[in-house]
Design a protein around this ligand. Structure first.
Ligand SMILES: Nc1nc2c(c(=O)[nH]1)N[C@H]1C(S)=C(S)[C@@H](COP(=O)(O)O)O[C@H]1N2
Ligand SMILES: [Mo]
Length: 441
């Protein structure tokens, strides 16, 4: 292989051979093929197994993440970051059916993203010696490959850390989570595609080099290193302390543990109490309102006093209308069983009752709105308003809910009235609604 890179004058990449020999001799201690890596398990087959899992899983995590961006409504400038230049995704009207769509896509994005963390860490461990390749830049191809690896490893760790901090509400970084996570995802996607293109042949060859079934039957006493290659396999392997199947069980078990500690937040029911990794879903209400509260009235500075004398303002028609709560209660009521699914991955499904948004649009004098802007009593903050698409206003299950599970909404759940729309990202289901403007554009 290397010979092809030599030119007839005995030079390689324009450098004389003596120069290359000098580089090889003067390597920084610890770099290059060294004997410090002694695990007898490290080798192309094991790396390829982790790689194959990530090859299937990562596109799902990235794809559901990008879908979430579209679900937020980039056409209204409310997907963040709002300005993405040529990284703009094809915008389409996010559907309202099936009602559990966002619950599924976002539950998978957050849940699978977390479940794959042990696999990512195992993969990084398995290729760690490559970090210390010497010479660090032996050929143009190697430099390019290492650059994609830098971007790949850097972006995957960045996405994991920012994603985890976001679901823990821990904004320790001084930049916008959405902006960082979005652009980080594109860096990852580019590097991932390049890496797959470069490595696919090695992946296939390595996977074929051993039988998974045979490995799963091999105990530690019969575990031998893979045949020495020029990269991963230890030159001076230690005695195995665990078999390959043990290592796979450890990583798989880690992933399964994360899954068990996570799924409850999306699946709900009795499993919710097992989702220990999630800070949300701990605060709940009483009776019919006994389900998770993400942001309490107290946190949003909404008090019983701020709802006194409440009226719903309807705008966009020939004249504004103000409705007291009894007027809303006097309108036809509709009940729908719908989930609230938050971008952080948790969700909760309840029976909501109230007035159809499309009935309110008709009442306002805009029976065929192109969109609607909903505002909250909450004076300012990222949740004080949301724009809904036409299909989200007109869906027969889209409600201005006054009640949940048969009882009036509690203040924490948005009393006097909140929006609930099938398949819409949770954040746009505005609580403590003060006005709705039905727009013709
Ligand atoms: N006015 C207002 N509406 C809001 C919020 C809020 O903080 N203020 N939280 C949003 C978010 S992020 C979600 S996921 C849903 C459900 O949150 P909840 O559990 O706090 O009701 O309500 C949304 N509606
Ligand atoms: Mo949310």
């Amino acid at each position: 292989m290397r010979a092809q890179e030599d030119d007839p004058g005995g030079r390689r990449y324009g450098f004389p051979r003596a120069w290359w020999r000098g580089v090889a001799r003067n390597r920084v201690p610890g770099f290059g093929r060294s004997r410090i890596w002694r695990s007898p398990l490290r080798g192309p087959w094991l790396t390829a197994v982790f790689g194959a899992v990530l090859l299937v899983g990562m596109p799902v995590v990235v794809g559901t993440g990008l879908l979430s961006y579209i679900a937020y409504g980039p056409q209204f400038g409310q997907a963040l970051p709002a300005e993405v230049g040529w990284l703009r995704l094809p915008g389409f009207e996010w559907p309202t059916r099936p009602a559990w769509l966002y619950r599924l896509t976002q539950g998978v994005h957050v849940g699978l993203g977390m479940v794959l963390v042990p696999v990512v860490l195992a993969k990084l461990w398995s290729v760690a010696p490559k970090l210390l390749d010497w010479p660090p830049a032996a050929s143009l191809a190697q430099v390019l490959e290492r650059l994609t690896l830098l971007l790949l490893v850097g972006s995957v760790l960045f996405e994991i850390v920012t994603g985890l901090l976001n679901i823990q509400y821990d904004y320790v970084f001084g930049f916008s989570f959405y902006t960082a996570h979005y652009f980080g995802a594109w860096v990852f996607l580019g590097a991932f595609v390049a890496h797959v293109v470069i490595k696919l042949p090695v992946l296939v060859r390595s996977l074929r080099s051993r039988s998974l079934r045979a490995e799963l039957r091999t105990p530690r006493s019969r575990t031998r290193p893979e045949p020495v290659d020029d990269q991963l396999v230890a030159l001076d392997p230690a005695e195995p302390t665990v078999s390959r199947r043990g290592a796979l069980a450890l990583v798989g078990g880690g992933a399964a543990l994360v899954a068990v500690l996570t799924v409850g937040q999306s699946v709900g029911g009795a499993l919710r109490s097992t989702s220990l990794l999630l800070p949300r879903g701990r605060t709940t209400g009483e009776g019919a309102n006994r389900f998770p509260v993400n942001r309490t009235a107290w946190a949003a500075r909404v008090t019983p006093a701020s709802t006194e004398g409440w009226r719903l303002l309807l705008r966009g028609g020939p004249e504004e209308r103000r409705l007291v709560i009894d007027a809303l209660r006097g309108m036809p009521q509709h009940t729908a069983r719908l989930p609230i699914a938050c971008v952080e991955g948790w969700s909760t499904t309840q029976d909501w009752s109230g007035v159809r948004l499309r009935d309110l649009a008709a009442l306002a004098g805009v029976p065929e709105p192109a969109s609607a802007q909903v505002r909250s009593l909450e004076v300012s903050g990222p949740f004080d308003s949301a724009v809904l698409q036409r299909n989200q206003v007109l869906d027969p299950d889209s409600l201005l809910a006054l009640r949940v599970n048969g009882a009036p909404l509690s203040l924490d759940h948005g009393y006097p009235a909140r929006v609930i729309v099938p398949a819409m990202p949770g954040v746009h289901n505005t609580k403590w609604v003060s006005s709705i403007e039905f727009r013709r554009i």
